[in-house]
Design a protein around this ligand. Sequence first.
Ligand code: PLP
Length: 391
Amino acid sequence: MQLASSMARLGTETAFNVLARAKALEAQGRDIIHLEIGEPDFDTPRNVIDAGIAALRSGHTHYTPAAGIPALREAIAEEVSRTRGIAVGPQNVVVVPGGKPIIFFSLLALAEAGDEVVMPNPSFPIYESMVRFVGAKPVFVPLVEEQGFGFDLDVFADSLSDKTRLVILNSPSNPTGGVLHQDQIETIARLLADRPRAMVLSDEIYSRMLYVGKHHSIAAQPGMLERTLILDGFSKTYAMTGWRLGYGVMPEPLAQAVTQLQINATSCVNAATQMAGVEALRGPQTDVDHMVEAFLGRRDRIVAGLNAIPGVRCVLPEGAFYAFPNISELGISEQAMADGLLQEAGVAVLPGTAFGSFGRGYLRLSYANSVSNIDRALERIDGYVRRLGRA
Ligand code: PLP
């Protein structure tokens, strides 16, 4: 089969490949603990499910406006204005199937050959994949363990150039759980003031999963609202990964371009899902608070457990639901260890390099799993490491 040459530049999200391998082992009767895929193990809140069902029953089974139904765009604009301290309206909102299409559409709308896109490394693999796909060049800012996986701002300053078209930020971060603090965001905004051509894609999909302090968006910095595209969605916050519901909040001309891409790609998000999204935002938030509280307890458990394994060290993530332990002292590559843990110990994890070359020497473990599964996984990882030591 001859494919377009651009397909050779398209990457992937390894989590889905590892999930498929883990499922295949389960089909053979193996017991696998899933710490690979980044999705809450909780059910979607009951009131949201009920709203989706009621929407289907009451005839929300047709096309909707491409950018989303007015009620949802309004609810999103209000939520984002309130939580980020900015003033945006429904005209700035585009509702899409999951957070991912915002990455796809924003790169298609903004970047092309000759452009540079500055982004963290390690980071969500779809950023690099899409940057390369549109023919632009990724410029990596390493996230350094010694700095709690924050941005090294000197390196960031050096990475900007006249060719910078887009800067991608992700706080709290996948895969490290690191967070950009207010002073760092202020510095990034100051540095970008000298680069008027550079836009920002601020991936804030984990903004509710924050264990220290308050979420800060670069969109609230002076002069940045007109240059920032906020990505957020329902997958993580409301345990709605399978519903496929996310959104971007952006300057109106960009919202029109992204809407046009959506018309070409998917027409709109399914109508009942959008109605469920309105309920998620406007209804009670107690389920979200409980999930975040549970993630906090699991974070402490998994990080303590990893640090108790000889040769493994893990910084305490401030947000999201991922631990990113350093395994470089074990004398085994992250890929070999991820393979070994899956095949020999029945624990599915991702190698740090699934998120870029600066993930070498690390694993990513999603702790969106029950405490009992986390404890069983820790026991298995400990046993695997001890066997490695004896080998
Ligand atoms: N951005 C980041 C940083 C993510 O980790 C993910 C999902 O893992 C997404 C975006 C996409 O989320 P969705 O499943 O809503 O497309």
